[in-house]
Design a binder for this molecule. Structure first.
Ligand code: FEO
Length: 173
């Protein structure tokens, strides 16, 4: 199967974006772990793993269609953060960047009549809806529950309850 060089570059760039997202979430998990946010740490370790699975989906897709994946280097993520709320805000912003990149690829696939890549990307379009909703809902908790120590402890518990990895074979991994 043949995809355009432009599409190949976009898919490889996305591999790098997912790797960076994984590393960023790992840094957040580590910060949470050392700051006493046990639930948030568990949540972000899972998020890091999820992003790694996203990265792998792109690598496998590129290799499956004979385009050959480029394994990306990753940027050093920030290691110090202001607060749990700021981490969740940064996460939402990062997810919005990812959504935009996925949508650009979908548009490119449409333009190039690249049906295989279009079908492959569908899972990510849906996933991004879920990812953005997840962080938006978590951020609303600060308005609903509060920002004092007890409220943050409550939010940490909510995050702990969300720290489960979806099955590895979900979607088109
Ligand atoms: Fe792989 Fe959360 O975007």
């Amino acid at each position: 199967m043949k995809i355009s060089s432009k599409m190949k570059k976009a898919l490889n760039d996305q591999t790098a974006l997912e790797a960076d997202a994984s590393n960023t979430y790992l840094a957040m998990a580590s910060w949470c772990e050392t700051t006493g946010y046990e639930g948030a740490a568990a949540f972000y370790y899972v998020q890091a793993e999820e992003e790694r699975q996203h990265m792998l989906k792109f690598i496998h897709y590129l290799n499956d269609i004979g385009a050959t994946a480029t394994i990306p280097g990753t940027k050093s993520p920030a290691s110090n953060f202001k607060s749990l709320e700021s981490i969740l805000k940064t996460s939402l912003n990062n997810e919005m960047v990812v959504t935009k990149a996925i949508h650009s690829m979908v548009e490119l696939a449409q333009k190039e009549k690249d049906h295989s890549t279009y079908a492959f990307l569908e899972w990510f379009v849906n996933e991004q809806v879920e990812e953005e909703k997840k962080f938006e809902t978590l951020l609303q908790k600060f308005d609903l529950i509060g920002r004092d120590k007890l409220a943050i402890n409550e939010i940490d518990k909510i995050l702990n309850g969300m720290a489960t990895l979806p099955p590895a074979d979900s979607g088109n991994a």
